[in-house]
Design a protein around this ligand. Structure first.
Ligand code: G6P
Length: 366
């Protein structure tokens, strides 16, 4: 009812604005990156595994796709991510020392549960879930768990569940990094400081809402949109495109920016807005040349830069600067303006934001 919504128009908007609290709750009580965070037998199990296979659907799959970058670069552990409904039906080569990681807001998604059981039947006994519902089937079925504390999510388009999943996955990354000897005491305390600052950093990003509302007026008039990201922000581009599709019904696609010239550039003209996720990282210069390729075809760029990336608004380039630069944790911040862009575009188009047509919050049948 209206009372629960407080000052917000929809649950999705309320849940977007709950993210600082949701992340703070999810990380509450974490004093170090220790196996105990994941359950009683975690030290033995996490020491035994030599690789990770992440299984999930929808937005949870994109959280897993970000985690792959973290796990390989920080914990130096080989990681695969697979859509649960594909994995469960294909022939694959099992590795008994692989850790199966399922990610699920509800803990009841039929395909993700079936993929987990499939992996176990293939002889992979070790499993861990990042899940938002402690009493769910997923938590019962997995050996280990990290329960995110997003709280009940009502909007069909997932927001706070995603950012808290990323929080849990980052804890898993650092725990594996430490066990495997890839985390110095100094790095450990720096990561802890960065994690503790996340709620405040998220507040800073939420304050960009008025600028994003102005962009949403443009987007509401479009039929298509392209999202570009590179590295760990490529899955964030995918998630931004998914959000826009789900609630505004605008056709949106995401590409890793280096792939532009292998196809999507053919679609770019003045009617195609191109959203670019552009934090200052090792790939920012390459991304800038991808942006030039778009400009040369008359494409209109909407860029989310960060405090350190030198990208300014110019003819055909609209830039919003995120208040900080956040390194490896940047995906947790960069997804938020994309959630707001999808939300306000949907509002401008007058769609049923919290209950988009044809979609369900939890898909418990195949
Ligand atoms: C549905 C929801 C999505 C969600 C996906 C996976 O499609 O609409 O928001 O990402 O299911 O759900 P899960 O509960 O497993 O994260």
């Amino acid at each position: 009812g209206a009372a629960e919504l407080g000052p917000y128009r929809h649950f999705m908007q309320k849940e977007i604005f709950e993210q600082p609290r949701a992340i703070a709750d999810t990380l509450e009580g974490v004093e170090g990156f220790v196996p105990d965070l994941f359950g009683d037998d975690a030290e033995r199990i996490l020491s035994e595994v030599d690789s990770v296979l992440i299984l999930a659907c929808g937005t949870s799959y994109y959280a897993g796709s970000v985690a792959k970058y973290w796990l390989e670069s920080i914990a130096k552990i080989a990681t695969q991510v697979e859509i649960a409904s594909e994995y469960r039906y294909r022939d694959s080569v099992p590795n008994p020392r692989c850790l199966i990681v399922t990610i699920s807001q509800s803990g009841e998604t039929a395909d993700t549960l079936a993929a987990l059981k499939h992996a176990r039947a293939l002889g992979m006994p070790h499993s861990l879930t990042i899940c938002n519902v402690a009493t769910s089937a997923m938590v019962r079925e997995c050996e280990l768990a990290y329960i995110t504390r997003a709280g009940v999510e009502i909007g069909v388009a997932s927001t706070k569940a995603f950012t808290t999943q990323l929080g849990g996955l980052f804890l898993l990354t650092l725990t594996l990094a430490k066990l495997r000897g890839h985390l110095s005491a100094e790095q450990e305390s720096q990561w802890m400081r960065d994690l503790r600052h996340l709620p405040a950093a998220l507040q800073g990003v939420l304050a960009l809402e008025p600028q994003i509302i102005a962009w949403a007026e443009d987007f509401a008039k479009k039929d298509n949109a392209l999202f570009l990201g590179r590295g760990q922000h490529y899955p964030i581009a995918l998630e931004g495109a998914l959000k826009l599709k789900e609630i505004s019904y605008i056709h949106a696609e995401a590409y890793p920016a280096g792939e532009l010239k292998h196809g999507p550039l053919a679609l770019v003209d003045s009617s195609m807005p191109v959203v670019t996720i552009a934090p200052n990282d090792a790939l920012v210069d390459k991304l800038k040349s991808n942006m030039q390729e778009v400009r040369a075809r008359g494409g209109e760029l909407y860029v989310f830069a960060d405090a350190d990336s030198r990208i300014e608004s110019a003819p055909g380039i609209h830039a919003i600067r995120m208040p900080e630069h956040y390194g490896a944790l940047s995906p947790i911040l960069h997804v938020v303006p994309l959630q707001l862009l999808a939300y306000h575009t949907a509002c401008a188009r007058g769609t049923d934001v919290d209950k988009p047509r044809n979609l369900a919050k939890s898909v418990t049948v195949e």
